[in-house]
Design a protein around this ligand. Structure first.
Ligand code: CMP
Length: 132
């Protein structure tokens, strides 16, 4: 996902360019707006964390771009491309280093495993919205 802070700041195109330049192909993509219930479900794994309420409020504060990306070693390579959760700790050249405002408003989300990538893909897209 490209998160509300990055969409609002008109960084969507630059972020997509970086993703394509890094060798990912886009299998599905849409601009959408999560409802509170959807954001709560998407981040249910963080329900007990102190930042959960803030995270849900933020993720519903404006439109997001959801995408399914394909590449060999995609999960690990995408996490390298986006950088650390906290932009202060993100490496030079990463998406978060360049575009994230803070640990909460951190520009992008990437799945943390192949299993979660499949769950999150199915959360955002129906089969007919996915290319190939
Ligand atoms: P993301 O990769 O989408 O996964 C969980 C999100 O929770 C994370 O990016 C951040 O946006 C958010 N998050 C993680 N830690 C904190 C924190 N300490 N304070 C606020 N938000 C956080």
């Amino acid at each position: 996902m490209i998160k509300p802070d990055a969409v609002e700041a008109n960084n969507t195109g630059k972020i997509i360019d970086m993703i394509i330049d890094a060798g990912f192909s886009i299998k599905a993509m849409k601009l959408t707006h999560l409802t509170k219930g959807e954001a709560e479900t998407f981040y249910a794994v963080h329900k007990e964390r102190p930042f959960y309420g803030e995270l849900v409020d933020y993720m519903t504060s404006g439109p997001i771009v959801a995408a399914i990306l394909e590449k060999s070693n995609a999960v690990e390579d995408f996490r390298k491309l986006i950088g650390a959760t906290d932009p202060a700790e993100a490496a030079e050249g990463t998406i978060r280093k360049q575009f994230a405002e803070s640990k909460a408003k951190n520009a992008v989300h990437g799945s943390d495993s192949d299993e979660n990538a499949e769950i999150e893909s199915n959360f955002h897209f129906s089969e007919r919205e996915i290319v190939g």
